[in-house]
Design a protein around this ligand. Structure first.
Ligand SMILES: [Zn+2]
Ligand SMILES: [Zn+2]
Length: 275
């Protein structure tokens, strides 16, 4: 059944009735300092009902928690050391991270993972840090948010060895069909960012088409990676709807079906209903 017929798609005004979640945004970054309030209002105006603001180190995680406290049931936080921001990755930093993970509005561990694209952090340090995050996710029974760039083999091997009992998501997925299938085998969710709207991302777009409906999340990863038609400008949570339009086409489902399933998946993985 063909359901991605553009003429039957909701237009801009009716698509604002749909409910969305931006499962990964860096709302604490200083690029939002001058207009964070307007950014949040624009997201709400397009139907974004929840945003998970992702911590990348201690101060960033603390800022994400402060935003969650200011906007209960709308903004949630995560806490972790991004593989490219590991200055706090020392004993005291890990103790602080454990404290932050006790906060009720911290719904996930991360972001963590492996990024071999930039040679900013030693791969071995990244792998050890990733393992510790996986152990914390187990200890706190919280899902894990995983960043993988040019490191799928190592990342999947470590996940297999450590396990993900509370679940997890490969965020801003950039792989193709084989990397997608492996993540699914490991029981992970897959989160799609604006990269899927770039026509050049052929392998990724092929992978998006095969993700089972019940494993798919949407995100902006803002302020980075604005989707078409905003490419090149600062990304923000309201643009998750632009990515959704593209993902619905690639999945050959209606926008309303994608809204419902991706929303439910995000609630389920991060247990957002319990807050
Ligand atoms: Zn990331
Ligand atoms: Zn991120």
């Amino acid at each position: 059944m063909i359901s991605n017929n553009q003429t039957q798609q909701p237009n801009q005004s009716s698509s604002t009735q749909l409910k969305w979640i931006d499962s990964h945004a860096h709302l604490d970054f200083d690029r939002f300092d001058h207009d964070r309030k307007e950014v949040i209002q624009r997201a709400q105006a397009r139907g974004v009902e929840k945003i998970i603001s992702i911590g990348t180190h201690i101060a960033s995680s603390q800022r994400a928690i402060a935003l969650a406290e200011e906007h209960p049931d709308f903004i949630f936080a995560s806490a972790g050391f991004h593989p490219l921001y590991m200055d706090d990755e020392h004993e005291e930093g890990w103790q602080q991270l454990s404290q932050l993970l006790r906060h009720p509005q911290v719904v996930a561990v991360g972001e963590t993972g492996l990024d071999y694209y930039y040679d900013k952090t030693e791969p071995e340090q990244q792998r050890q840090s990733f393992r510790k995050h996986l152990q914390l996710a187990k200890e706190f029974a919280k899902p894990i948010i995983i960043h993988i760039r040019d490191a799928f083999d190592d990342a999947y091997r470590i996940i297999e060895e450590e396990g993900v009992p509370a679940g997890g998501v490969v965020h801003c997925f950039t792989g193709g069909i084989p990397e997608c299938q492996k993540a699914l085998e490991l029981g992970l969710y897959i989160s799609i960012s604006g990269i899927a709207t770039f026509k050049s991302a052929k392998a990724l777009r092929a992978a998006v088409a095969i993700i089972p409906k019940d494993r798919l999340l949407l995100e902006t990863d803002s302020p980075f990676l604005a989707p078409t038609p905003h490419r090149g400008s600062r990304n923000e949570p309201s643009f998750v709807v632009d990515t959704a339009q593209c993902v619905a086409e690639l999945q050959n489902i209606s926008l309303s079906e994608l809204a419902k399933t991706s929303y439910d998946n995000t609630l389920r993985l991060f247990k957002l209903n319990n807050h």
